[in-house]
Ligand binder design. Structure first.
Ligand code: URP
Ligand code: ZN
Ligand code: ZN
Length: 483
């Protein structure tokens, strides 16, 4: 059985051109004019592009006394319905737990996935066992390790632990990721705000000013540089963090920054809404910022100083959010966005002229596939690549509404937004998952995508670090051993 996508404009991270795409089995078999196949998908007037890759999701994640409500079933249905064909979730060992045991738990959960997926491994504690197991984790096809610099008392790791883990990443050809907020300062500010009677969701934003993110981002960059590892900074929300990344990049450091669609399009005024539920539903870390910070993020995407747009999809129901009535520090942190990332970015990015269609492809798919070392299997429209594709109809539009979403929660932070540029078709390894706008999911279709270590950037950086490493100066008559 073959499928041909006919009459569309192929958009990749560097080119736009007219051609048909022939798919045989899981893969793209040919790209060219007048191709024939058993099934024909009409892409006239539409763009054929790599399916989105969301590098930052938390599906069924144990967090703040509960579990995020979207699992690999509802979460990947939401992904596909918005044109995302691969998600990368975080395996999260409890402090003291084996990394390999945590991986088994995530393997079990992901059996329900409708689209392909991979994992990052979180480093939530440090010791010889973690050091050893990191190697085994990379051998299982996970080349990224996440570190929380916030959430003091639960997931947070300290600088010495981060330095040790980053060094291990460098040795293994892996990439450390950081949630960059100064957890000590956040804990202090939170306690003070509560003591002063600031208990509502707006205090969440006050407790995490841009400085806590800027400081932690810069600290992580410097620690990674000293450890000889590249660095990926998740959910960059502000100019302070972007500035640190931009500066590091200009100095030749290997750093990537990931803004979220939420921070690009929603602002801090949400936290001052008189409706407690409205404000609490938007509580996430880092919090939403103001227009100056949003402009900085958009500029970063256009200029290339920021690399990928993610969602950090971590969805909690209103009932779960209400755990924090009377104490904002107990509101589960997280928002949804998997279904909305691509249409929101197309609408607010491409339709406004902030991004070109090729830049849209780069920041939603191709850049992250390269960083995670699964390109060109993913993130490409090339012969031999997985047929993970979206046919985006620039004229198709809808109004975002919780009532019609795939996500299991009872609201949507983008409720009421009119978006254009919706999927006409979405294919996951050749299977049509969205057919003329209608979702046709298949539970269990998703497969794990193994991502080997020692990608090109890690290899180049370790070569450079070896070349510039400290070495003794040989001096006549002075033995190196001091004897
Ligand atoms: N971002 C957020 O508030 N929740 C999910 C966990 C994390 O990424 O920090
Ligand atoms: Zn985070
Ligand atoms: Zn996250």
């Amino acid at each position: 059985m073959s499928t041909v996508i006919k009459g569309g404009t192929i958009v990749t991270a560097d080119l736009s051109y007219q051609a048909d795409v022939l798919i045989e089995g899981d893969r793209i078999a040919a790209i060219g004019a007048d191709l024939e196949g058993d099934t024909v998908l009409d892409a006239t007037g539409a763009y054929v592009m790599p399916g989105g890759i969301d590098p930052h999701t938390h599906l069924e994640m144990p967090f703040m006394g509960t579990y995020s409500s979207d699992d690999f079933d509802s979460g990947t249905r939401a992904a596909l319905s918005g044109g995302t064909t691969m998600v990368v979730d975080f395996a999260l060992p409890a402090p003291g737990e084996s990394l390999l045991d945590a991986l088994k738990v995530w393997d079990n959960k992901s059996g329900r996935a409708h689209c392909d997926y991979s994992f990052h491994m979180a480093v939530t504690w440090w010791g010889p066992q973690v050091f050893e197991e990191m190697k085994a984790v990379t051998e299982k096809g996970i080349n990224t390790f996440k570190h929380f610099m916030a959430y003091k008392g639960s997931l947070m790791v300290n600088d010495d632990e981060m330095f040790a883990s980053f060094r291990r990443c460098a040795e293994l050809g892996a990439i450390p990721l950081v949630h960059a907020e100064n957890g000590d300062v956040v804990a202090e500010l939170s306690a003070r705000l509560l003591a002063e009677g600031n208990t509502g969701p707006e205090a969440h934003a006050y407790s995490r000013p841009a400085q806590v993110e800027g400081e932690a981002t810069n600290r992580a960059i410097m620690i990674a540089d000293m450890a000889g590892a590249p660095l990926y900074v998740v959910h960059v929300s502000c100019e302070d963090a972007h500035e640190a990344i931009r500066r590091a990049k200009m100095l030749g450091k290997r750093v990537w920054g990931e803004p979220l669609i939420q921070h690009l399009t929603l602002d801090e005024s949400e936290y001052f809404n008189k409706d407690w539920n409205h404000a609490a539903r938007r509580v996430m870390s880092p919090p939403f910022r103001d227009k100056r910070h949003q402009d900085s993020l958009w500029a970063g995407l256009a200029s290339g100083t920021l690399s990928c747009v993610a969602t950090d999809h971590c969805a909690f129901t209103t009932e779960q959010k209400r755990f924090g009535v009377g104490d904002f520090t107990k509101i589960p942190n997280g928002t949804g966005g998997l279904e909305d990332r691509m249409p929101m970015l197309w609408t607010h990015g491409v339709e406004t002229g902030r991004l070109t269609p090729s830049e849209f492809v780069a920041v939603t798919s191709t850049n992250i596939a390269k960083i995670l070392n699964c390109y060109p299997r993913k993130g490409a429209v090339l012969v031999g690549a997985d047929a993970d594709l979206m046919v985006l109809d620039p004229k198709k539009e809808k109004v975002i509404a919780a009532a019609t979403q795939q996500s299991a929660i009872d609201y949507n932070v983008f409720e009421g937004q009119r978006v254009r540029g919706l999927p006409r078709y979405v294919l996951s390894r050749g299977r049509v998952m969205v057919d003329d706008g209608e979702l046709k999911p298949k539970e269990g279709h998703g497969q794990f995508v193994a991502r080997p270590p020692a990608g090109p950037v890690s290899t180049a950086l370790s070569t450079w670090k070896a070349l510039t490493a400290p070495r003794p100066v040989e001096r006549a008559g002075i033995p190196a051993s001091g004897v």
